[in-house]
Design a protein around this ligand. Structure first.
Ligand code: ZN
Length: 305
């Protein structure tokens, strides 16, 4: 038989994606600086064995680190990314980082479905041995909040809770110690929402940031939302559900039917929200209509049974 070029083994390709994903998480968490991050990415692409790839990973982050990971942003790539400082104030990330995050997301698309940030190494799962405490911040005019948005966030939490059998027990808690916190923030160039992980009193916890101003979400969404307040509320509600899904540990999917679908896969975003909007005749219906696919519920139950 003639010599033929060996194709890259599947295991190596898969591991490469996992390592790229882990490195981008470390970078997002400031565990790697830009230079170190670039060098490691280069090495990832040159590596010819799984062992070589694994050598490029960082050791697990120690207990002193409070922000353990940043997951997925729902919305367009290339938007302004922001994070909070230790006092919870928003500040913009450096331009370079935004550029790199955007570049990585694009790279992930060309590699195939991105691997969830923690799917291989550790499973993100909130402690549900007792009631899950939550805190939903007051809305603000600056963020574009409307009356009822806090109720939408609460309904979104409860909707997830009902996916477990028996339903998860969730109770309001103080801002300082609540396991899940929801904040309303001004729109950022096409971003719908964001989830940031943290630790509180030694347990995993999550902050969800929702952009309730639909004017910042592109013309199609903005125009329809202006004409149809229920459509606007559907967008805000589904954003809450999606980001809270991340808070509970659900990764993105590539299935348009799922609430955990990533917009990075493209598609008709108006249609995505309209299929829920069409279930509504009145505002109260939001609480009753299901935002989930069968797969969403299944994934949730696999984490919380
Ligand atoms: Zn997401």
């Amino acid at each position: 038989m003639a010599d033929q070029e060996k194709p890259l083994p599947v295991a190596l390709r898969t591991r490469r994606e996992v390592v790229i994903d882990a490195l981008s998480t470390h970078f997002a968490n400031d565990a790697l600086d830009v230079e170190e991050f670039e060098q490691r990415l280069d090495s990832v692409h040159r590596a010819t064995s799984v062992a070589e790839l694994d050598d490029l990973l960082l050791p697990q982050l120690g207990p002193g680190v409070t922000e353990v990971k940043v997951t997925s942003v729902m919305g367009g790539i290339g938007g302004r990314l922001r994070h909070t400082d230790s006092h919870g104030r928003w500040r913009a990330l450096a331009t370079l980082r935004v550029h790199w995050v955007a570049g990585l997301a694009t790279a992930a698309l060309t590699l195939g479905p991105p691997v969830a940030a923690c799917s291989q190494q550790d499973v993100w799962r909130l402690d549900v041995s007792g009631p899950v405490t939550y805190f939903i911040a007051e809305g603000s005019a600056e963020a574009g909040s409307r009356e009822g948005d806090r109720t939408l966030a609460q309904w979104a939490l409860e909707a997830w809770g009902r996916q477990a059998e028996p339903p998860l027990d969730m109770v309001p808690g103080p801002e300082a110690s609540a396991t899940i916190r929801v904040y309303w923030v001004p729109a950022g160039a096409g971003l719908y929402g964001e989830m940031r992980a943290r630790r509180v009193e030694g347990r995993l916890a999550a902050d969800v940031f929702v952009h309730p101003d639909t004017d910042g979400l592109g013309l199609d969404i903005a125009e329809r939302a202006r004409l149809d307040p229920l459509f606007r509320d559907a967008v805000v509600y589904l954003t809450c559900v999606h980001e809270l899904g991340h808070a509970f540990g659900l990764p993105h999917t590539s299935a348009f039917a799922d609430i955990m679908y990533s917009f990075q896969y493209g598609g008709d975003f108006v249609a995505y929200f309209m299929r829920f909007r069409e279930k509504l005749e009145a505002w109260d219906d939001i609480q009753r209509a299901s935002p989930f696919s069968t797969a969403d519920g299944g994934t949730f139950r696999s984490l919380y049974r």
